[in-house]
Design a protein around this ligand. Structure first.
Ligand code: NAP
Length: 250
């Protein structure tokens, strides 16, 4: 039987890297997209290969249509027709109150998290529709509990970008379910990754917010990956158009 083939955008670090590793352990071949962290992506590929999976690292800016189309073409060429996609690449930009935010921070965030994610969703839809005989085809969009919190005083634009992901997920799910493709979103709460230090510019953000989370800690990336792998799998065969919140009670 042929192995499922998964593309993860932003698979080089954080939640995306955890999804790639766990997918390889569970029998997927994995295309690991990254923007600039080539060394980190190569490590993720090596970890996937150590699990017996075929894996490939594919550079591409998921805010750019030319790169998105090329990455999907290269993934198919390296691993065969795609059966699963995780639309994960995302950024926040430096945090601030909305009134003080640089307009370019907002534009860049929306370019990656909304325009880019919708273009990735479009390409994923085309790729999976072109593979009609594959079993269990599924797409997971990575949202955030920020969509429901609004992230006042630090990331209102980011929260709004993830609200768009929730709407995207509902529409895609209804459009694609008749073709046998399941679409869901996973909405992580605060997760220990480099997004806080590198993208938001606040290395101490996890320590500042963790005490306010009912479970009193941030998630590890693997705790998010576990739910993504569930949503991709046949164990979730009747889960369609769901926003699976993984927020530690927040
Ligand atoms: P992260 O540790 O900062 O990793 C981000 C990943 O996305 C990296 O692999 C990065 O690749 C890639 N990336 C960023 N911009 C890209 C672009 N334009 N094109 C291609 N790849 C790009 O972030 P994370 O915390 O794992 O976040 C992953 C997803 O979860 C995001 O959608 C984020 O919004 C969401 N999320 C995170 C949290 C959290 O607390 N961490 C909570 C809720 C939701 P390079 O390193 O190669 O540039």
């Amino acid at each position: 039987m042929s192995r499922p083939v998964l593309l993860v955008t932003g698979g080089s670090r954080g939640i995306g890297a955890a999804i790639c590793g766990m997918a390889a352990q569970r029998g997927y071949d994995v295309a690991v997209n990254y923007q600039s962290a080539a060394e980190a992506a190569a490590k993720v590929v090596a970890a996937c290969e150590a699990e017996g999976a075929k894996a490939v690292a594919l550079q591409g800016d998921m805010a750019r249509q030319e790169d998105i189309a090329r990455v999907f073409t290269e993934a198919k060429a390296a691993l065969g027709p795609l059966t699963h996609v995780v639309n994960n690449a995302g950024i926040t930009g430096p945090g601030s109150k909305l009134a003080e935010a640089d307009p370019q921070t907002i534009r860049t965030c929306i370019d990656v998290n909304v325009t880019g994610a919708i273009l990735v969703a479009r390409e994923a839809t085309r790729a999976l529709l072109a593979n009609p005989d594959a079993k269990g085809r599924a797409i997971v969009n990575i949202s955030s509990i920020a969509a429901g919190l609004g992230s006042p005083d630090e990331f209102v634009w980011y929260a709004a970008s993830k609200g768009a992901i929730d709407s995207l997920t509902l529409g895609m799910a209804k459009e694609l379910a008749p073709a046998g493709i399941r679409v869901n979103a996973v909405a992580p709460g605060m997760t220990e990754t480099e997004i806080h230090a590198l993208s938001s510019g606040e290395p101490g953000r996890v320590a500042r917010i963790a005490p306010t989370i009912p479970i009193k800690r941030a998630a590890q990336p693997e705790e998010i990956a576990e739910v993504v792998l569930f949503a991709l799998s046949e164990a979730a065969s009747y889960v369609v158009g769901s926003i699976l919140r993984v927020g530690g009670g927040r």
